[in-house]
Ligand binder design. Structure first.
Ligand SMILES: *[C@@H]1O[C@H](CO)[C@@H](O)[C@H](O)[C@H]1NC(C)=O
Ligand SMILES: *[C@@H]1O[C@H](CO)[C@@H](O)[C@H](O)[C@H]1NC(C)=O
Ligand SMILES: *[C@@H]1O[C@H](CO)[C@@H](O)[C@H](O)[C@H]1NC(C)=O
Length: 486
């Protein structure tokens, strides 16, 4: 039946044995001739992309190197590349030796959310042509890629976001190409990233840029140069405190810079883990959301490390922050909520993000023990809450639980903030003024989800306000009070 069986049957046992030996000798001869005839270009063989073989290849290069005169510049072949030799000055040899220890691809384009390059060697960044040149022997040998194109923003599969992110080229300096000469020499490493995409939305500012930037650049303790593309002046102004705490150097706007900046090492793109979450097992120095929050506390001079613990001896009132929104998903009965909360013994603060500078808002948030608000970007300010504080997220009508939990609930827990969710009833939604009660909006919200993000957004996020049932919600605030005893 099977080909093998039929084949075997037509030979005797002895013949099979003979055939085996002949086949073995045959393949040995073929193999030997490959290495004899094609030796000069054997690095082209795909099998040599394996790490082990690359090391062997490098060992051979090292051997060749010793034969050349030390005064001359020494030819180094790029591992895994059969192309022309590049003449590099002697200091590069030491570097090649070092890199030999651990061959890594220059760029990692296999992460789900962000492409990322980590380049050592002599790197030249030319902002005006969006190009990063490198002369490192790190190149090649990795499925054959030598140059890359990538957009340095951590949302790579989101075409809407990525549409406003500049594409950068990362390429090696090869012999037949003249690299631009350095017009500015830097002694510190650089981090290259974009503030295009969804920047300007408070959530995305943190999730897509600031948290990944922290994970990527905090290790340099300020001794790092930021090169930014898709620059928006208002954004740099809004986050200047955090940016200055991460880098002591003035930001270089890549879009408006015709210099060639040279660096000893460059990181292109930012390391991303999950929405507003850092995975310590994946980050340098074990950075976590706790260390990120500590960093913010220090950068913004926030006083409180921990939320209040209510005891019978101390009569200090716990502070409740009501995050207000004006245009969408706003509370229609804010005054009633304030009155009720005060009656339970809270000192109440009502504030809208964006109405003050970020530093001032950070102070307000940090001064509170409980923060409540309807699902929305403003809740991102939870990063400034003291440890053990409580976040109460009001989930609007329309099956938005997953969205709410994923974007704020889970991150809150990772930040050691206690998380409560209040899901409103139909009666608490202003949607009852727009749709009859037997409409799909109430009977089958998932059918609106199925129409896509725009339908969901316009129906449930943009055209809904919340008229909180104060008597019902009172129980949630009482629970929060109880939690503050522990
Ligand atoms: C090589 O680069 C291309 C384009 O940037 C990319 O699609 C591909 O996945 C890369 N391969 C490797 C192994 O990096
Ligand atoms: C930068 O450094 C290189 C190599 O050390 C040197 O040749 C070049 O003149 C320097 N450029 C500037 C602008 O200092
Ligand atoms: C960028 O390069 C173009 C030519 O490619 C040039 O016209 C322009 O002036 C340069 N921009 C800056 C800021 O130097």
């Amino acid at each position: 039946m099977e080909y093998n069986t039929i084949f075997a049957k037509s030979f005797s046992r002895h013949e099979q044995k003979k055939l085996g030996v002949t086949a073995f000798l045959g393949s040995l001869i073929i193999l030997l001739s490959i290495f004899t005839v094609f030796r000069p270009s054997f690095r082209h063989l795909p099998i040599l992309n394996l790490r082990v073989s690359m090391r062997a290849g490098l060992a051979m290069l090292m051997f060749e190197d010793t034969r050349s005169s030390p005064q001359e510049s020494i030819p180094i072949k790029h591992a895994g590349e059969g192309g022309p030799f590049i003449s590099l000055p002697a200091p590069f040899i030491a570097e090649a030796e070092e890199i030999k220890q651990e061959m890594k691809p220059v760029c990692n384009v296999f992460e789900e959310r962000s492409d990322f390059c980590n380049i050592d060697g002599h790197i030249r960044v030319h902002g005006n042509s969006s190009t990063i040149y490198f002369a490192s022997s790190q190149v090649g040998g990795w499925a054959g890629n030598e140059s890359w194109r990538l957009r340095p923003y951590a949302r790579k599969t989101d075409l809407t976001a990525m549409g406003s992110v500049t594409q950068l080229s990362v390429k090696p300096i090869t012999a037949n190409q003249i690299a631009p000469s350095c017009s500015v020499n830097h002694s510190v490493p650089a981090v290259v990233f974009s503030i295009g995409g969804y920047s300007g939305n408070h959530f995305h500012d943190f999730a897509d840029i600031l948290v990944p930037l922290y994970v990527t650049s905090r290790q340099f303790d300020g001794e790092v140069q930021f090169l930014i593309t898709n620059v928006k002046a208002f954004w740099l102004l809004k986050y200047q405190t955090a940016l200055k705490a991460l880098s002591r150097y003035d930001i270089i706007n890549m879009d408006k810079d015709n210099d060639v900046h040279c660096f000893p090492s460059v990181i292109v793109g930012l390391q991303y883990h999950t929405e507003l979450i850092i995975d310590p097992s994946k980050s340098v120095n074990g950075y976590s959301m706790s260390s990120f929050r500590e960093f913010l506390r220090s950068a913004y001079s926030l006083k409180r490390k921990r939320a209040i613990k209510i005891s019978d001896r101390r009569r200090k009132k716990p502070r409740l922050l009501i995050v207000s929104r004006k245009r969408t998903r706003s509370f229609t009965n804010g005054d009633d909520i304030v009155k009720m909360a005060k009656s339970l013994g809270f000192a109440v603060v009502v504030a809208e993000p964006g109405m003050t500078g970020l530093s001032q808002f950070a102070q307000i948030v940090n001064s509170c023990d409980v923060m409540m608000g309807v699902h929305g970007a403003g809740l991102t300010n939870l990063v400034f809450l003291p440890t053990n504080a409580i976040l109460i997220q009001i989930v609007p009508w329309g099956r938005l639980e997953w969205l709410s939990t994923h974007y704020f609930g889970e991150p809150a827990v990772r930040m050691n903030i206690r998380y409560m969710e209040y899901r409103i009833k139909e009666e608490e939604s202003t949607l009852i003024q727009q749709y009859p009660r037997d409409h799909a909006v109430f009977k089958d919200p998932m059918s609106i989800h199925k129409q896509g993000w725009n339908a969901l957004k316009s129906t449930f996020l943009d055209k809904q306000n919340v008229n909180l049932d104060v008597h019902w919600f009172r129980r949630t605030l009482l629970e929060a009070l109880e939690l503050l005893h522990h």
